[in-house]
Design a protein around this ligand. Sequence first.
Ligand SMILES: NC(=O)c1ccc[n+]([C@@H]2O[C@H](COP(=O)([O-])OP(=O)(O)OC[C@H]3O[C@@H](n4cnc5c(N)ncnc54)[C@H](OP(=O)(O)O)[C@@H]3O)[C@@H](O)[C@H]2O)c1
Length: 235
Amino acid sequence: MPRGKQMEAHRNLSCVITGANRGLGLEFARQLSARGDQVTATARKCEQAVLLKALSVRLETLDVADGDSIAAFAGRMKGVPIDVLINNAGIGNAGKDLAQLDFDELARYFRVNSIGPLRVTQALFDNLLSGKHRRVVHITSEMGSIAENTSGGYYGYRAGKTALNSFNRTLALELAPQRFTCVVIHPGWVKTDMGGNEAPLTVEESVAGMLRVIDRLTPDQNGRFLDFLGQDIAW
Ligand SMILES: NC(=O)c1ccc[n+]([C@@H]2O[C@H](COP(=O)([O-])OP(=O)(O)OC[C@H]3O[C@@H](n4cnc5c(N)ncnc54)[C@H](OP(=O)(O)O)[C@@H]3O)[C@@H](O)[C@H]2O)c1
């Protein structure tokens, strides 16, 4: 498709973004709403989402670790087609050594970073089926790559993202016959509450890169592990 036509095909998308009250999620909401897409932005505490409220978005409450919250959100979204679902919400913190591991905390990483996105996708499946593009984007991390794990630490965060990568691959294979494109994207190391001030990338740069990748996704990329520049990352 010529470039102009391709860009046109990506106008007026209906997008859902989880964890959109700060960080990368907020920037996704900013850039997508600024270019005229219809954005449903979710946050755990909408009343506190001051920056998000200032944008032209539909604001919805959603805690991705809570099945009731997901079901209620899906209920409110009934009948709304979704072209692109961006499962962005996530948690992370400094790694701990074996001796300090807290197993309840470890389980929380799986609930929020792995099971949460899959559950949101399941709940919004009919919406995605009625959308134009059928794209599911999971914001993962290079830290979920087993091949690239040469420094250790971060048991919960790494394994939670590895599980998310695995879920995505299985989902991609199941939904390929229905013309879905499901990918995991690493945003780079980005200045946010999670990434910290030392990070080399701004949210603007990272999200602009990820949107370029998302806009240009093709069915042959279904199931892939990409970075914000569209390069493949080793599993
Ligand atoms: N920044 C980086 O360098 C980097 C690198 C690799 C991957 N990532 C990934 O990028 C995504 C966004 O990260 P970020 O840097 O923007 O982090 P962030 O600034 O810490 O923001 C995290 C977002 O996730 C939300 N969230 C956390 N738990 C949630 C839950 N149970 N339900 C719904 N929302 C929840 C937070 O909402 P509250 O305000 O309510 O807590 C917040 O909106 C994450 O998946 C992260 O793992 C980031």
